[in-house]
Design a binder for this molecule. Structure first.
Ligand code: PBG
Length: 323
């Protein structure tokens, strides 16, 4: 035997010891489950690029939430799959107080008042071209005009009973305007979960399949962040915080763990991370080919995101891990 007084393997010898020294935990209550909502009743549509995930009509959404709640999930994020007949250049449907999102929020809150409900605030499900903002005749994405729509949209969600509005469009100044709009209407209790560092990523395509929102022209690089940049993301988060964001989000998650960890050092606000559709789809495809075990890969992925500094994670992988 060599003379070796320090042996780190002593702390890994049994499962009980390993559990004692475990630094990061993953709990169902840390997770936010995105749900894709369809109009109508008894509707469930598979999404081929997201195996295991479906678009659901409100009746099925309620059943799903009951099931999730039994497993300890407490938070849901809503994404409406909007019928093309309701899409327009001005995205007016996005603030319809009787639209799909508002109706879904009301139904969920009536049945499950304790669920934390989050809804996206961005125009892309409602515009004909699929951009997150209004577009002028030259194809420029308009900032301030878009914000007026976002404030209306946030108010319609607040009236329906949302807990957090989640602006996901990366327009400048939207957090401050939405906060002011909510406060002026008396919705001081409604929080803002800001997609603060949202990158122009190639990992969103399965999500765009899910909502059938495919860009008719261009790309989102004039509003979403360049994947090459760190400081710009930290600046975005700082601004959102100063404009009144309650929670700051980094998106996607795994390719951006450095951003999460640097933001952790910068802010005392809670941090969310979005483990996006492409991150889910890659693992599911590999699992279907027999190359990987999806549940254990997802567990490791989500643990890494928490280890980097996220307090909460949006993920499609909940059923793979906890159900
Ligand atoms: C819409 C929005 C997107 C996602 C969440 N909200 C897509 C996009 O910006 O193009 C992506 C989520 C995912 O890929 O899981 N603004």
């Amino acid at each position: 035997m060599i003379d070796l007084p320090i042996r780190l393997r002593r702390n890994r010898r049994t499962e009980a010891i390993r559990n004692l020294i475990q630094e990061t935990e993953l709990n169902p209550a840390d997770l936010i489950v995105p749900l894709f909502v369809l109009d109508g009743a008894k509707q469930a549509e598979a999404i081929p690029s997201m195996p295991g995930i479906e678009r659901l009509s409100i009746d099925h959404i309620l059943q799903k939430i009951e099931h999730l709640q039994e497993r300890g999930i407490q938070s849901i994020a809503l994404f409406p799959s909007v019928n093309p007949t309701f899409k327009s250049k001005g995205a007016e449907e996005s603030w319809n107080s009787n639209g799909l999102t508002a109706r879904t929020i009301r139904e969920i809150k009536r049945r499950f008042p304790d669920i934390c409900l989050i809804a996206d605030v961005a125009l892309d499900p409602y515009t004909i071209h699929g951009h997150d903002g209004l577009v002028d005749n030259e194809g420029i994405i308009l900032n301030d005009e878009t914000i007026e729509c976002l404030v209306r949209m946030a108010l319609s969600q607040a009236e329906a009973g949302i807990d957090f509005v989640a602006p996901s469009d990366m327009m400048d100044g939207r957090i401050g305007s939405i906060r002011a709009g909510l406060d002026a209407a008396g919705f001081h209790q409604v929080g803002i979960l800001a997609y603060s560092a949202k990158y122009a990523s190639s990992l969103y395509s399965p999500f765009r399949d899910a909502l059938k929102v495919h860009l008719q022209f261009g790309n989102k690089k004039t509003y979403q962040l360049n994947p090459a940049n760190v400081r710009e993301a930290l600046l975005e988060a700082k601004l959102d915080e100063s404009e009144g964001a309650d929670i700051l989000m980094v998106k996607p998650a795994l390719y951006y763990l450095d951003i999460i960890s640097k933001l952790r050092a910068q802010t005392n606000r809670p941090i969310a991370a979005y483990h996006v559709s492409g991150e889910y789809a890659m693992v599911m495809a590999a699992a279907q080919a027999g190359y990987l075990d999806a549940p254990s890969v997802f567990y490791e992925a989500l643990l890494s995101i928490k280890r980097a500094g996220a307090d909460m994670i949006f993920t499609y992988a909940v059923e793979q891990i906890f159900m």
